[in-house]
Design a protein around this ligand. Structure first.
Ligand code: ADP
Ligand code: MG
Length: 450
């Protein structure tokens, strides 16, 4: 593998990551060495190192492998500090009029693949999708903020990028800013350090649409939260649209200030539910169609996609990864994607998603959630504040594991199976009328499945 090969691989990467991402993140990489299955690249900055290694190392590895380089790992290290940094200009928003230092505002690069067209809509995500569409129309602000939440890999980031793409093409004059909460903090801390806090404030207050991904990240980070709160209010006051995502509902984010929670709840809060079988199958079919374009000779045996939709859990990222590997492997060996090949190729993924939740895990998560001691969960106390969480745990143990009632009883301090049955029934009955309980169950289930 030579520098020329890297040159070719680079050209192919343009197609996979899109022109903008390529310019920002791939082009500045300098191939340093390729030895013992490790490809080492020089990057100009630490920030870029973190970003690229988190977001692009796998795709780079795949492309290198396709070009015949045996690469197991891709590493990035920051080049000698001095004049290198000028090579790297992060993606930049147009300057705010008259705003002198607006030019270095980092926006996270948008993934070209995350569009509304490529988003498969099903029952679990139809509300979130509809709300995102509405915001993307760019009409008068009707709900502010739009708060999207849901477990890992359910499409929050995809929807946010889709909104940004759509807005940028419909209304290119709008200043649309998308970034993760982590980047927000990073920029804030940097501004504090460089005594540029006024510039920071002006910048964030001058956007038309602000999208902050994974806002749970700033929980517990007090001064960042404070700044975020002011930014948020300033934009809402100007009637600018805000879109936020998090891995759970505003009220469930521990360490997030109350006033922020309640601000978040003022808009529209919608959740992405765990995928169901139909949605998973839809996503697999869409992906498989794309791959068929790429590998026209490959055939998939009937039933394979259905099998995967059944067997692989809710996280779409895992689902996509499985399919990618399957196609790569099948094209390498030049065979049809049969059931057998699927089992061989995905043994680890299939095993992992086979993972059963244990009663102990359920008890632990439920105690944490309700803030009670694990020993009380199993112990004899009958006060409501303990008995109810215990029943919730019983219910989850019954519905999420294959354990029998007597078996569950034994793990709840040797209780009788009729006690367990009573607890399960109680929760079943309550959850249709008590929406807080229903939300708790939803959240706990998600945490346990993650
Ligand atoms: P999150 O931000 O919620 O963790 P992402 O938006 O990063 O999840 O989605 C993970 C992966 O799954 C992405 O590649 C995304 O394109 C894909 N994905 C998730 N939901 C869908 C969907 N409904 N249709 C198509 N792709 C999806
Ligand atoms: Mg995300």
């Amino acid at each position: 593998m030579t520098k020329e090969t890297w040159g070719r691989v680079k050209n192919e990467l343009v197609g996979s990551v899109g022109q903008n991402n390529f310019k920002s993140w791939i082009e500045p990489l300098i191939l340093d060495s390729l030895q013992d299955g490790v490809a080492r690249f020089e990057v100009p900055t630490k920030f870029m190192r973190d970003w690229v290694s988190r977001n692009y190392s796998e795709i780079i590895r795949q492309h290198l492998a396709k070009a015949g380089a045996e690469v197991e790992r891709v590493e990035f290290h920051v080049a000698g500090k001095q004049e290198r940094s000028h090579q790297f200009k992060p993606a930049v928003e147009p300057k705010a009029p008259g705003n002198g230092d607006g030019s270095d505002l980092i926006v996270a690069p948008l993934d070209q693949r995350f569009t509304f067209d490529s988003f498969v809509v099903g029952k679990p995500n139809e509300l979130a999708h509809a709300a995102a569409r509405r915001v993307a129309e760019g009409g008068p602000v009707t709900f502010n903020p739009l708060f999207l939440y849901g477990g890992v890999g359910l499409g929050k980031t995809h929807l946010m990028h889709a909104i940004a793409h759509e807005l940028r093409s419909r209304q290119p004059q709008l200043r649309v800013l998308y970034l993760s909460a982590e980047q927000f903090m990073y920029r804030f801390v940097q501004a504090l350090r460089d005594k540029e806090i006024m510039g920071f404030k002006e910048l964030f207050r001058s956007v038309d649409v602000l999208m902050v991904d994974d806002v749970q990240f700033i929980a517990g980070k007090d001064s960042t939260q404070e700044e975020f709160f002011h930014t948020f209010n300033a934009l809402v006051d100007q009637n600018k649209q805000i879109v936020i995502s998090a891995d759970r509902a505003p009220g469930e984010i521990k360490g997030l200030e109350e006033r922020i929670k309640s601000r978040m709840q003022c808009g529209l809060v919608v959740d992405l539910h765990p995928t169901d079988y139909e949605l998973r199958l839809g996503i697999l079919q869409q992906k498989a169609d794309q791959y068929r374009g790429q590998y026209p000779d490959l055939r998939i045996a009937p039933g394979v996609l259905e099998f995967l939709a059944h067997r692989i859990s809710t996280n779409v990222r895992v689902l996509e990864g499985a399919l990618t590997r399957l196609f790569a492997f099948a094209s390498l060996v030049g065979r049809e994607i049969s059931h057998e090949l699927t089992q061989d190729c995905l043994a680890d993924i299939l095993r992992a998603s086979d993972r059963k939740v244990t009663i102990e895990e359920i008890q632990r998560k439920v105690s944490e959630h309700y803030n009670i001691r694990l020993s009380d969960m199993i112990g004899p106390k009958r006060v409501r504040t303990i008995a109810r969480p215990r029943q919730v745990a019983m219910y989850l143990a019954k519905t999420m594991t294959t354990r029998s009632l007597p078996d569950i009883g034994r793990r709840f301090g040797g209780r009788d199976h009729t006690t367990i049955m009573h607890g399960v029934r109680k929760v079943e009955e309550l959850k249709s009328t008590d929406s807080q309980l229903a939300d708790d169950l939803d959240l706990l289930r998600r945490l346990l499945e993650a």
